[in-house]
Design a protein around this ligand. Sequence first.
Ligand code: ZN
Length: 292
Amino acid sequence: MLGAIEAGGTKFICAVGTSEGELIERVQIDTNTPEETMPKVIRFFKKHSITAIGIGSFGPIDIQKTSPTYGQITSTPKKGWRNYPFVQTMQEAFQVPIEFNTDVNGAALGELMHGAAQGLDSCLYVTVGTGIGGGAIVRGQLVQGLSHPEMGHVPVQRHPEDTYKGKCPYHGDCVEGMAAGPAIEERWGISGKELSNRPEVWELEAYYLAQALVQYILILSPEKIILGGGVMKQPTLLPLVRNEVQRRLNGYVEIADITENIDQYIVSPKLQDDAGIVGALMLAKQALEKEL
Ligand code: ZN
């Protein structure tokens, strides 16, 4: 039995399951301070006999195994979690191999092994919710170098009629600053859920998201793009994003996946809301394989 944690900014999902991606039992735990949340996490896994743990976490996180701060959540504004030694805490409680990565890298792995990108060698998973983040797999490997990618913070061109200043505390009008859930809410003065009948909201949203996706396509050339997260639950948004990606690429990447079959190229997660937790389970599988 493998253990999996999808650590989000508002909730933790903990699960046990098999190396085939089957979830056996799960719990949801609120993300309060580490002192409140972590003992509940540990208690859940102590009930089971687990051989490895996979963690897909909100970030930024330190995934560089040679770093003295490896396994920590780093510069998050979330109370109590800044520099929190996540992996170390789990390692003290469980003497099993642990694999630690971002929530979106985890979700990309989940979709590649058991979801929309099954059978492919590369994919990109992008979440659009309270933040924007992307995880990528190239030639079967998660993309990481100095650290993990920070795709939510790529610059975008402002729409000429958009006067909203942007929500990102670092960059203002990067794609997360212009298009994540909190930016939508602040720009229009009400939450995205109440804006579902306002086409101009979603056209502007697609305008920004497509710019980011075009950059990812041009740089990474993924075989499949999966768009998840709460904002993507707006049903009119995905088709608008596809159209805007095609319009911006303007026929330059002359591949049928983009020019003709974009409906199968930019898709929703096949695992739906389970992409992250199944991905964390696959991280646990990798932890076990690395140990052998
Ligand atoms: Zn930013």
